[in-house]
Design a protein around this ligand. Sequence first.
Ligand code: ADP
Length: 244
Amino acid sequence: MSQNQKPKLILENGLRTDGRKPDELRPMKMEIGVLKNADGSSIIEVGNTKIIAAVYGPKEIHPRHLALPGRATIRVRYHMMPFSTDERKSPSPSRREIEISKVIREALESSILVEQFPRSSIDVFMEVIQADAGTRLASLMAASLAVVDAGIPVKDIIAAVAVGKADGVIVLDLNEPEDMWGEADLPVAMMPSINQVNLIQMNGNLTPEEFKQAIDLASRGIQTIYNMEKETLKSKYIEFKEES
Ligand code: ADP
């Protein structure tokens, strides 16, 4: 396949290049408490996208002048490992990684009860181990699970998925060719139990009717993912109770 030639995204049988139906999610796996030296951690796989997240804190902030009197400071780093993409990525932070770190920080911050930890810091690190579209959302979810794993109180867990348009069809949970060649890419993150949006971005073009259809599809995907996240947290808690 030439780098510049758009491939067919919806095949004759109506399925996508990876065999999914338009409204089907990629297979997902998630686990919490995967790192012994972090206060909270998680690993998440969405199709071939693989992210590990670690949380440190709440702890006394350094340097001290960054302390906020009424709330915790959230510091976030999203980073792609050099081997995470098909061509080696430079390990130094790119403009894209700096921007995504900011976007994730704002989305994550609105889920955390920051007022409970004045003058402290909560540091969140996400490493993209393997990238195959949707890394900002998988990272945000991994961060949200790691925050909860660290015992930090939140308004709700964040669940997220990208929707978009590929060959004129509204599709759920974009894969890399759809992200690259599709007509629209719309990442959405929410706190489902309080019906609040944490992040919404859009690339490309959708009509108002398609936009509504895409958001409805995203909401359904988000609910499925949210249930998986709750199961992941619950199973760890039950394991913990059984051990003690
Ligand atoms: P997201 O990962 O949140 O979908 P983008 O919309 O910027 O963010 O999509 C970038 C996608 O392009 C990545 O998920 C990855 O699959 C792919 N990609 C390939 N090479 C690179 C690279 N060097 N830097 C960033 N993304 C890359």
